[in-house]
Design a protein around this ligand. Structure first.
Ligand SMILES: [Zn+2]
Length: 193
């Protein structure tokens, strides 16, 4: 556990010093909490397209703690609203006729209610709080129902436009064509398979 925290701090320090990204290091640190970087798992199962994000909260919100005042609470609500606009954040192949079906947001640092969750499906007590170094993640799951899933060939990831703190997405995709990994950035935002 301690080891993990030191690794996180070391990687965060690299970013702060502007030393630039070292892709080989990041590739080995999928689960690490590195500001600016997030993980996105994309899956197609039948008619359902799922996109699951695991991101440092800082990338999306600019801080990683429960809101301490009204201004921070408003920031959380704005972030939630943006994350819930699934058809603005993702553009699957238009011929596939995919429509947003469900969005789930969860963070160890934020109340489910603030994230717009109805509370029925979640047992937030079970979650750990911010880690010892004061970092916290946000997990999001978007699901689309596609009328013609066989036409799906790509998804443009537009998260970068609404969240300037997000610089790099490590993507794993499981599609009818198999599994593949990709690194997306604001300049390279289209995942194809
Ligand atoms: Zn952090």
């Amino acid at each position: 556990m301690k080891q993990g925290i030191y690794t996180t701090l070391a990687l965060c320090a690299c970013g702060l010093l502007g030393a630039g990204h070292a892709p080989s290091v990041l590739a080995q640190e999928h689960a690490a909490h590195v500001h600016g970087v997030a993980r996105l798992d994309v899956a197609i199962e039948g008619a359902t397209l799922s996109l699951q994000l695991e991101s440092p909260l800082d990338n999306l919100l600019g801080f990683e703690h429960a809101p301490a005042n009204q201004a921070e609470e408003d920031q959380v609500k704005r972030m939630s609203a943006k994350l819930r606009a699934a058809d603005r954040l993702f553009a699957p192949t238009s011929a596939a006729g995919c429509k947003p079906e469900k969005v789930t947001l969860e963070s160890s640092a934020l109340d489910a209610e603030l994230l717009g969750e109805t509370g029925d499906e979640h047992e937030t007590d079970a979650h750990e709080h911010e880690d010892e170094a004061g970092h916290a993640d946000l997990d999001a799951l978007w699901q689309f129902h596609c009328a013609r899933p066989e036409a799906l060939q790509s998804v443009e990831i537009r998260l970068f436009r609404d969240f300037s703190g997000l610089r790099e997405l490590e993507v794993q995709a499981v599609t009818p064509k198999g599994q593949r990994g990709a690194t997306l950035t604001p300049e390279k935002r289209i995942l194809t398979w």
